[in-house]
Design a protein around this ligand. Structure first.
Ligand SMILES: NC(=O)C1=CN([C@@H]2O[C@H](COP(=O)(O)OP(=O)(O)OC[C@H]3O[C@@H](n4cnc5c(N)ncnc54)[C@H](O)[C@@H]3O)[C@@H](O)[C@H]2O)C=CC1
Ligand SMILES: O=C(O)[C@@H]1CCC=N1
Length: 267
């Protein structure tokens, strides 16, 4: 089976590396199509498959095509690919917002899987949701599921609203977590730690808290109460957070991401 990844940026490269690392495809059967000649040159030095800049030289031989360009570039891409698409091909899109129907219409194909991964896929700790059009067979879906599993955890959902919601939670989510980390690192710096000490204190705290939460049945609120001694330091911090709108602000940020995903789907 030949796989073509279109868009050799952050996510395109992540998929190429994961597929090769998992031996799901041989280097000769993996193709990457990149529009930018400069980026294509860089990709050639990275041993992530055969690199192309011209769709007519690689599209027709591909069985599975991964669409990893920005949503704003999708219409131009579809117009370019459409004359050479084949209804037997399976298209896997990871573009935020872009609906299955618009991919089917834009490319003139039926078999479309829409997935929303996230950046930790780079280190095998990704979170992906995916769904598929009716024309995708069970065997094709399992094949793509195996592919997604090389990047971390993946769940099947039965509607595209869940894909947009995934975009707002786990797709964009790493940025929210890193923003919180950035604030704590800045606080640690202001308390006298140097940069590397501050980063270690914060990163290890996040890792520990996440592992606790994932490996046990307690809720976040229950863990918070275990950290908080009556009249102690955590309570002082939590009272300060609760006196502001930070909790609602984080939820509102995620809701803005959902609204933007839906907007991208309409444009
Ligand atoms: N960065 C992230 O954390 C995540 C991104 N996504 C989605 O993945 C997609 C790609 O995102 P990134 O990799 O971050 O973007 P990126 O900007 O790093 O990479 C996109 C690449 O596509 C290339 N490209 C654009 N038009 C093309 C065309 N017509 N033919 C061939 N190549 C073309 C660009 O030159 C660029 O190298 C987006 O649709 C985004 O919504 C999904 C989940 C997470
Ligand atoms: O910011 C974005 O639009 C993409 C989708 C999820 C993460 N990055």
């Amino acid at each position: 089976m030949k796989i073509l990844i279109i868009g050799g940026g952050n996510m395109g490269k992540t998929y190429a590396r994961s597929l090769l690392r998992a031996h799901l495809v041989q280097p000769n059967d993996l193709m990457v199509l990149e529009r930018s000649p400069e980026q294509a040159e860089k990709l050639k030095d990275e041993n992530i498959g055969v690199v192309f800049t011209d769709a007519s030289k690689c599209l027709d031989v591909a069985d599975l095509i991964i669409l990893a360009v920005k949503p704003q570039d999708s219409a131009t891409l579809f117009a370019k690919l459409r004359p050479n698409t084949d209804p037997q091909q399976v298209y896997l899109s990871i573009m935020a917002g872009v609906t299955i129907e618009s991919i089917q219409k834009g490319l003139g194909v039926d078999k479309v899987i829409r997935a929303m991964p996230n950046l930790p896929a780079q280190i095998g700790l990704g979170m992906t949701s995916y769904t598929a059009s009716d024309a995708v067979t069970r065997i094709e879906l399992v094949l793509v599921q195996n592919l997604l599993n090389t990047t971390g955890k993946a769940i099947y959902v039965d509607n595209e609203h869940a894909i947009d919601a995934t975009t707002a939670i786990s797709g964009s989510g790493p940025a929210y977590v890193l923003y919180f980390m950035e604030a704590m690192i800045e606080a640690a710096r202001e308390m006298g730690f140097d940069e590397s000490q501050a980063e270690l204190l914060v990163a290890q705290t996040f890792r520990g808290a996440v592992e606790l939460q994932m490996k046990n049945d307690l809720t976040c609120a229950e863990w918070i109460s275990r950290v908080s001694s009556k009249g102690g330091t955590t309570e002082a911090a939590m009272n300060t957070f609760r006196a502001t709108s930070v909790f609602e602000d984080i939820k509102n940020g995620a809701k803005a991401a959902l609204a933007r995903a839906e907007e991208l789907g309409r444009s």
